[in-house]
Design a protein around this ligand. Structure first.
Ligand code: ARG
Length: 458
């Protein structure tokens, strides 16, 4: 007989149990469910709603059940629908009537809500620990490549020379915002829904402040109907996750490009590459491609939950059981993607000479050459035009700007002098960037310093 079977005179139809059940996926919440139940039993005992010896018996048995789940001794049953009812049934099978008292002053609706909030809070902490390791990796790669030069691109066309440290520290900014976004999402997840009952509150003298303390929630949901209906925190979490995956995907795309023979800027370690079953020469950046690909499933999960919640009337609806697979998938995808990404970039070989060589070709110093003429008193638009003509001449004659002798340059503008060559060397192009946040050596050093302050490393 079902835990809710009293009102029914028939069993559920044969197809129903499997369709209705969530145990296959929500068994992941066994720890959070037991944690919530232990706090609830403690509160019921403290408030005299059940006796303290009853509370103790319940708690002791819940702990034993948790140990047995962890050692694989328990088999869940599909007829018992979900993790909440499976655990309650095991408890009542063991301690009879006392076990049946655990569900006093609570409903499965506030029970499931507290379980997933606990799960999201833990997941945010774990993901942020991984993000911290990622940010630290960016700092150390940047420190090792403070003077490594490569082309900066716009439209994937070589644009201006930058340092590799500068490029990496751009990603530092993105992932550090991702971390802050998750911390912010944590604040809104940190509200206790337990004690809300099914939707209207309960008739018992419960103590929700005590529950919040026991379960380490900083706040209590103020409206019981909102508490059991709200899944915003999952949507917000999955949005943060989508932005984070978008950042990972952009970086992966660059790693894939950079490891092609066309770029040849990096080489992935053998341990993080795969071969081809037919082409013996191949070394493929599969892992970077997979992270890029998995971004799609995280976006899909976001749309899944957004669509799931759209138009649901208050309060709980069974539709909401479907929030868990996309949530769990998002957490697992994020954790595994960040972890593997860290190792991948820690072990990749950075081909500094190839990067430098690429920065030497493609007229990356053209803007600096124009800036040189501006300093000689020519309006910028005119300088742009003059340098454009020089570039065209160079392309037609297979030369770089610095290859041209001074008398040739003077044919384009008589303002050119001997110092032009020094002014348009790659090093000068980088060092001449004076604005704060630029690619110059000192500017990147101060970015790294502020990054270290944020990460509390010296
Ligand atoms: N397995 C359900 C879920 O995940 C638990 C809540 C069920 N509540 C109910 N009133 N049927 O949403």
């Amino acid at each position: 007989m079902k835990l809710w079977g009293g009102r029914f005179s028939k069993n559920t139809a044969s197809l129903v149990d499997a369709f209705n059940a969530s145990i296959e996926f929500d068994q992941k919440l066994y720890r959070q469910d037991i944690q919530g139940s232990i706090a609830h039993a403690k509160m019921l005992g403290k408030q005299g709603i059940i006796s303290s010896s009853e509370a103790e018996l319940i708690i002791e048995n819940l702990k034993a059940i948790r140990r047995e789940i962890e050692t694989g001794k328990i088999e869940f049953k599909i007829e018992l629908e979900d993790i909440h009812m499976n655990i309650e049934k095991i408890l009542t099978d063991r301690i009879g009537d006392t076990g049946k008292k655990l569900h006093t002053a609570r409903s499965r609706n506030d029970q499931v809500a507290v379980g997933i909030r606990l799960y999201v809070k833990e997941s945010i902490i774990e993901i942020n620990e991984l993000l911290e390791a990622l940010l630290k990796t960016f700092v150390s790669i940047s420190e090792e490549n403070i003077d490594t030069v490569l082309p900066g691109y716009t439209h994937l066309q070589r644009a201006q020379p930058v340092t590799f440290a500068y490029h990496i520290m751009a990603y530092f900014q993105m992932f550090s915002r991702d971390m802050d976004r998750l911390k912010d999402c944590y604040k809104r997840t940190d509200y206790l829904p337990l004690g809300s009952g099914a939707l209207a509150g309960t008739t018992y003298e419960t103590d929700r402040d005590f529950l919040a303390k026991e379960l380490d929630f900083s706040n209590i949901c103020e409206n019981a109907m909102d508490a059991v209906s709200d899944r915003d925190f999952i949507i917000e979490f999955t949005s943060c996750a989508s932005i984070l995956m978008m950042h990972l995907s952009r970086f992966c795309e660059e790693l894939i490009l950079w490891s092609s023979s066309e770029f040849d800027f990096i080489e992935m370690d053998d341990a993080y590459s795969t071969g081809s079953s037919i082409m013996p020469q191949k070394k493929n950046p599969d892992l970077a491609e997979l992270i890029r690909g998995k971004t799609g499933r995280v976006y899909g999960n976001l749309f899944n939950i957004l669509t799931l919640m759209k138009s649901l009337p208050l309060a709980y609806n069974k539709d909401m059981q479907e929030d868990k697979p996309p949530l769990f998938d998002t957490v697992e995808t994020l954790k595994s993607s960040i972890a593997i990404f860290i190792e991948m970039i820690q072990t990749m070989k950075i081909k500094q000479d190839n990067m430098y060589h690429a920065a030497k070709t493609g007229f990356l110093n053209a803007t600096d050459a124009a800036d040189y003429l501006v300093l000689k008193g020519i309006p910028f638009r005119e300088c742009h035009e003059i340098i454009g003509k020089i570039v065209l001449y160079c392309i037609e004659n297979h030369k770089t700007i610095e290859d041209l002798p001074l008398d040739k340059l003077k044919q384009f503008s008589n303002k050119f002098q001997e110092d032009i060559y020094e002014k348009i060397s790659i090093r000068s192009c980088i060092e001449a960037k004076k604005s704060s946040g630029s690619t110059s050596h000192n500017s990147v050093i101060s970015m790294i310093e502020s990054a270290k302050k944020k990460l509390k490393i010296d």
